[in-house]
Design a protein around this ligand. Structure first.
Ligand SMILES: C[S@@+](CC[C@H](N)C(=O)[O-])C[C@H]1O[C@@H](n2cnc3c(N)ncnc32)[C@H](O)[C@@H]1O
Length: 329
């Protein structure tokens, strides 16, 4: 499927790939379910320090449940070295977070930038009630026509593209039209496509599951890989000063180095927790599978997800660009 993507110079950046850890002495205290136990922490004390360094909210979010966090927000902050984004923004006045989910990005952005007014929008009203005074949420569908009474200085969307309609040119143009001159757009997406540094994922249940998942998402009129072309979409919408950074995230702690092991542990935890829900929904709806067959496949896929001899990774792509339009509304 990815081989059919339009080639474009704007999509050429590649993530730096992790290296295999050939050492047998670097065991981390990762438990069967992928969490890392604080009772086993001596071997991981440097890992703990690293996590603390790069994400001040790691222990605050889901406090006490796991030594390492297990959610996408934490993975994102880990990759971005504790930052919420990579666009070189300077005190943006009005900020919009599209598909805000729990609102955690919007809330943290508001806390870190008290001079900003942050609006988070989502289809679902799942955001908390107690908020920083400069943060609020609205129910909205990004696929609908936008009717904001003012433009924004920073529009951010994370893990959203696979959920919205396939007219991504329209999506990025709408973002452009809703920015003030000099305003920044930023998107961060996980491309749900497993690759490996050495072909070790080929022929696995994981690869079979992944191929089926991409087919199913396509049948639902969406795409889980289109985010690879974010830079092209930003350019075509008129954005300038384009920035793109891609990260290869190991699917478990197979890779060498404490940072790679930390991010791999979090990713494994995240995948193990999320895979039942997404697979059951998508495979039964779009592929017509019966739940028993989904469950059977998932037994093998979960084993693969924890198998350190499979050197697989997924790609996270972070893109930004500035609006160069000259007249404000
Ligand atoms: C994977 S979550 C990401 C949440 C958040 N952006 C984050 O990074 O924590 C995707 C979110 O997009 C929302 N969403 C999906 N389709 C949407 C749409 N058409 N308009 C607005 N929100 C949408 C979902 O409700 C969900 O909360």
């Amino acid at each position: 499927m990815l081989g059919n993507q339009k080639s474009n110079a704007a999509t050429s950046t590649q993530p730096e790939l992790p290296a295999e850890d050939a050492s047998a002495t670097t065991e981390l205290p990762v438990q069967d379910d992928g969490s890392v136990s604080p009772s086993n922490v001596s071997a991981a004390s440097s890992l703990y320090e690293f996590v603390q360094e790069h994400g001040r909210t790691f222990h605050k979010y889901k406090e006490g449940k796991y030594f390492l966090p297990n959610d996408q927000h934490s993975i994102s902050k880990f990759l971005l070295k504790g930052k919420l984004g990579l666009a070189p923004i300077e005190k943006p006045g009005r900020v919009l977070d599209l598909g805000t989910g729990t609102g955690i990005w919007a809330i943290e952005f508001a806390e870190e930038n008290p001079e900003s007014e942050v609006l988070g929008t989502d289809l679902s009203p799942i955001q908390p009630a107690y908020l920083p005074p400069n943060c609020r949420f609205e129910i909205d569908d990004v696929d609908d026509d936008w009717a904001y009474s003012h433009r924004f200085d920073y529009i951010h969307g994370r893990y959203l593209l696979p959920f919205i309609k396939k007219d991504w040119n329209h999506y990025f143009k709408t973002i452009y039209d809703n920015l003030n001159p000099g305003g920044w757009a930023e998107c961060q997406e996980t491309i749900i496509y497993f690759q490996s540094i050495d072909g070790s994922h080929e022929g696995t249940a994981l690869q079979r599951w992944n191929t089926l998942l991409l087919q199913a998402i396509q049948r639902m009129g969406r795409s889980a890989t289109e985010a690879l072309r974010c830079k092209t979409y930003l350019a075509e919408a008129g954005f300038a000063n384009l920035g793109e950074k891609k990260f290869a995230v190991p699917m478990n702690p197979w890779a060498k180095g404490k940072e790679q092991k930390a991010i791999g542990s979090m990713q494994m935890q995240n995948n193990l927790e999320g895979i039942d829900g997404i697979t059951m929904t998508v495979f039964t709806r779009a592929l017509g599978w019966v739940p028993a067959d989904v469950e059977k496949l998932l037994v093998d896929v979960k084993n693969d997800l924890q198998d350190r001899s499979i050197h697989a990774y997924i790609t996270v792509s972070v893109n930004h660009g500035i609006s160069r339009q000259s007249c404000a509304r």
